[in-house]
Design a protein around this ligand. Structure first.
Ligand code: AMP
Length: 127
C-alpha cells in the first residue's frame, strides 16, 4: 500500500512557515532545525522538504537530487558540529524512527543528529 502523507503534521507546518523553528541550515530540498526537547547538547532534526513519511519512503521514491541534497546536508552538519570521528571529533548518533515499532511521533521523515555527550547503549535491553 502506498504511503499516505498527512500534511497536518507539525513538520509540514514548519515547512509552510505556520509555526516557528530554530533553523540550523536550509538548502533547496532540506531543512535542519533544533529539536524542541533536546536529548543531548546537540540535537538537530534534518527533514526533506518533500512529502515523505519515513526513511524507506524517501529512499525509494525521492529524486536523486533530493537524496543527494539531504545526505550531504547531514554530513555537512556533522562536520560543522565538529563531531566527525575521522576528524578528531567525539562522534554522534543518527536516528530515523519509522512507524509504530520505531516509535515515530511525527509522520514526516526526520533524522535526529545527537552529539555532545556519551549517548549510551543504542537500545534499552529487554529482560
Ligand atoms: P520521533 O519520535 O522520531 O518522531 O521524534 C519527533 C521529534 O520531534 C521529538 O524529538 C520532538 O522533541 C521533536 N519535535 C516535536 N515538535 C517539534 C517542534 N515544533 N520543533 C522542533 N522539534 C519538535
Amino acid at each position: 500500500m502506498p504511503y499516505a502523507y498527512d500534511d497536518q503534521n507539525i513538520f509540514a507546518k514548519i515547512l509552510r512557515g505556520e509555526i516557528p523553528n530554530k533553523t540550523v541550515v536550509e538548502t533547496e530540498h532540506s531543512l535542519a532545525f533544533h529539536d524542541i526537547a533536546p536529548q543531548a547538547p546537540d540535537h538537530i532534526l534534518v527533514i526533506p522538504k518533500g512529502a515523505y513519511v519515513c526513511y524507506d519512503h524517501f529512499a525509494l521514491e525521492a529524486s536523486d537530487a533530493e537524496i543527494l541534497d539531504y545526505t550531504r546536508l547531514i554530513g555537512k552538519i556533522c562536520a560543522d558540529l565538529g563531531v566527525q570521528p575521522g576528524e578528531g571529533g567525539d562522534g554522534f548518533r543518527l536516528i530515523a524512527n519509522a512507524g509504530p515499532h520505531g516509535v515515530q511521533e511525527v509522520p514526516h521523515l526526520h533524522v535526529h543528529i545527537l552529539a555532545g555527550r556519551v549517548l549510551g547503549p543504542m537500545l534499552t535491553r529487554l529482560r
